[in-house]
Write a protein that binds this ligand. Structure first.
Ligand SMILES: CC(C)(COP(=O)(O)OP(=O)(O)OC[C@H]1O[C@@H](n2cnc3c(N)ncnc32)[C@H](O)[C@@H]1OP(=O)(O)O)[C@@H](O)C(=O)NCCC(=O)NCCS
Length: 225
């Protein structure tokens, strides 16, 4: 048995058709962004993908949020209203949006632009001491790819659980960048998820890396990339 996850990606565009799909709350949020286009592309991608899968008008879908940490309904992991059992996760950068959808499995997706992994202090901010070994000997583009891959794995897990960066990513140990993706240890105070399956995504763009996590012990079957 495997858990099916539908993944779609979209390049950030000018957003005119996308904006028409968003509800008033999303439009208001978009209006507060310095660059609204990634937000608009991402949220329209969520609506189109869920609309296709559920056979509903994308513009008619309603979402709610709940914070895993403080239970607030003003922020936190979003979910669909009136579609119990369906889970999704959204990630976007300035140029790309990715959505993952699954029925019956909590999912998290994260995508990282390689250029965003190009900063001093990456290891201090994200890695446990024993994870640093997996980056030895890597430099240039290979180093950025390795960083983006590992960062995406960690954040995908934390988006699947709903903790986000409330949990320090250095307390979520994943396999070395050149090894198959896997959660190796959960050292955070917050309760560990009972099971995690992790997949590196093959995106159509070369300058990003991405991962999907599912809270299941079944392997993930990725469809639709
Ligand atoms: C979730 C988080 C890691 C995403 O960060 P990011 O890399 O900048 O953004 P991404 O593009 O990958 O993902 C953004 C999307 O993740 C989703 N998201 C937001 N919070 C989430 C959470 N706690 N869990 C899962 N997904 C979440 C939303 O769809 C969000 O898009 P939106 O902001 O346009 O609605 C980050 O926003 C975070 O850590 N949030 C938690 C902070 C928090 O909850 N603080 C208060 C605790 S009381």
């Amino acid at each position: 048995m495997s858990a099916r996850v539908i993944v779609r990606e979209a390049e950030v565009g000018d957003g005119t058709a996308d904006l028409a799909l968003l509800d008033d709350g999303e439009r208001a949020r978009a209006g507060r962004k310095r660059d609204a286009a990634p937000f608009v592309t991402g949220h329209a991608l969520v609506r189109r993908t869920l609309g296709d899968l559920l056979g509903r008008d994308p513009a008619s879908l309603s979402f709610e949020r709940r914070c895993t940490t403080c239970r607030s309904e003003l922020h936190g992991k979003p979910s669909l209203v009136d579609a119990p059992g369906w889970h999704f996760s959204l990630s976007y950068t300035s140029s790309l949006a990715v959505v993952a959808v699954a029925e019956g499995t909590d999912v998290g997706v994260d995508t990282e632009d390689l250029t965003d992994a190009d900063f001093e202090g990456f290891a201090d901010a994200t890695l446990a001491r024993e994870e640093i070994r997996g980056f030895e000997g890597l430099d240039g583009c290979d180093l950025l790819i390795a960083r983006a891959r590992v960062w995406a794995r960690k954040e995908a897990i934390l988006k699947a659980t709903g903790h986000g960066l409330v949990v320090d990513p250095s307390e979520v140990l994943v396999s070395s960048p050149l090894d198959p993706p896997e959660l190796l240890a959960w050292r955070a105070e917050e309760p560990a998820p009972p099971a995690v399956s992790l997949v590196d995504l093959d995106l159509t763009t070369a300058n990003h890396r991405a991962a999907v996590a599912g809270l299941t012990d079944q392997p993930l079957e990725i469809l639709g990339t």
